[in-house]
Write a protein that binds this ligand. Structure first.
Ligand SMILES: Nc1ncnc2c1ncn2[C@@H]1O[C@H](COP(=O)(O)OP(=O)(O)OP(=O)(O)O)[C@@H](O)[C@H]1O
Ligand SMILES: [Mg+2]
Length: 361
């Protein structure tokens, strides 16, 4: 699939910008704080209706304005599809396919992007929350229903937490919430495990290709895999830890507490991996995501590389650029072009950005 063009209005620091993306590789060059990440973020938003940086859509509106617009034409299986998103402060956002309003779920199933940013490189040093966010965003690109399930789960959890904060908790009502936590929670855990199993065969291979030195492996923190077993285990833990939940006035059992354990030669990679090894882990996971999408859908996602090349050494940079096949549309941001080998620069379109606007050299 290919995003042929992008148009932004009042999106962060981009007042009015139009980009022709009708080439397989695009590089956006600009100094710090000019709008490079904003553009990639808007493309990610155009595909997934969410930002990797914020859950508050108001932050995406240019300061002092009352709304934004993102528009693009996607070519998929030789057909053009117009995508557009319009948001006005205090109104629900509207997403359209070919000019017709549609549901978020339907909308999100059309365009697929994989974003790789310097933030991702911190995955191993991050918190379990960071790893859950990475996992859930990756899953949502393949299973669009995952987002809805998560928001349903979080809504129930908020209601349950509110109940736990009451001075005299109605335990019957708590049990009702717990049953809902079991149903939605078990589905989330099941999907996360299924995705990680699917990702694993690609990721381990990618790691071995980049570095044959050690063996990479990972697993989800919740060990049960069958949906009934997951539900039973959740029920057991919710019952066992009910006194603790009542005492702490918060919900402590469920997928919002889980993590992904990452190992190098069977040792905890979050504790022992060197900088280079951490980068190889993340790079392997990202490349595996692309492979998995190709396997599932038969086409490559759009790859967004935000500033990552500067952070990778020569070996990893070359591996990354070589493993992006020619048919994968790739949009890269960087502070300068010196980072790229001449052979890579031959077939790319380069844009320069300054203060949210495209400028000539
Ligand atoms: N809602 C908004 N309205 C106006 N400007 C905004 C808004 N949100 C962010 N900005 C500004 O956009 C500018 C560019 O941000 P962006 O993150 O895209 O920079 P960048 O080019 O990626 O820089 P870096 O190389 O440092 O990553 C920043 O100065 C930021 O303050
Ligand atoms: Mg940036």
């Amino acid at each position: 699939m290919k995003l042929k063009n992008l148009k932004l209005n009042n999106y962060r620091n981009c007042k009015d910008i139009e980009l022709d993306l009708n080439h397989n590789k695009t590089i956006i060059i600009g100094k710090n704080a000019q709008g490079k990440t904003n553009i990639l973020e808007s493309i990610y938003y155009l595909s997934s209706l969410k930002s990797p940086r914020t859950t508050n859509v108001r932050e995406l509106v240019m300061f002092g304005e009352d709304g934004f617009k993102i528009e693009g034409t996607l070519n998929k299986s030789d057909t053009d599809i117009d995508l557009d998103i319009e948001y006005n402060l205090n109104k629900p956002k509207i997403q359209k396919l070919n000019g017709l309003k549609t549901t978020p779920k339907n909308y999100k199933s059309v365009m697929t992007t994989v974003l790789f940013s310097t933030q991702d490189l911190l995955l191993l040093r991050g918190t379990p929350q960071d790893r859950r966010n990475w996992l859930d965003s990756a899953i949502a690109q393949i299973y669009p229903a995952h987002d809805e399930r998560l928001s349903k789960y979080n809504k129930i959890r908020t209601q349950k937490n509110n109940l736990l904060k009451e001075p005299d908790v109605n335990v019957d009502l708590l049990d009702v919430f717990n049953e809902q936590i079991i149903i939605t929670g078990a589905n989330i855990i099941f999907t996360r495990q299924k995705f990680l199993t699917e990702l694993k065969k690609h990721a381990i291979k990618k790691y071995a290709d980049i570095s044959g030195a050690e063996e990479f492996d990972f697993e989800y923190s919740f060990s049960h895999k069958d949906i009934d077993e997951i539900s039973n285990q959740l029920r057991l833990e919710l019952e066992e830890r009910k006194p603790e939940e009542l005492a702490r006035h918060q919900s402590v059992v469920g997928p919002h507490r889980d993590d992904v354990y990452l190992y190098l030669d069977k040792k905890d990679a979050t504790k022992f991996a060197s900088q280079g090894q951490q980068r190889t882990v993340v790079l392997s996971l990202k490349l595996a995501e692309i492979e998995l999408i190709k396997e599932k859908y038969g086409y490559a996602p759009i790859l967004l590389l935000d500033d990552v090349l500067a952070e990778l050494d020569d070996l990893r940079q070359t591996y990354l650029l070589q493993s992006i096949s020619d048919d994968t549309q790739t949009i890269i941001t960087s502070v300068d072009t010196l980072l790229f080998k001449d052979e890579f620069l031959r077939n790319v379109k380069i844009y320069k950005i300054k203060n949210g606007e495209i400028v000539e050299d």
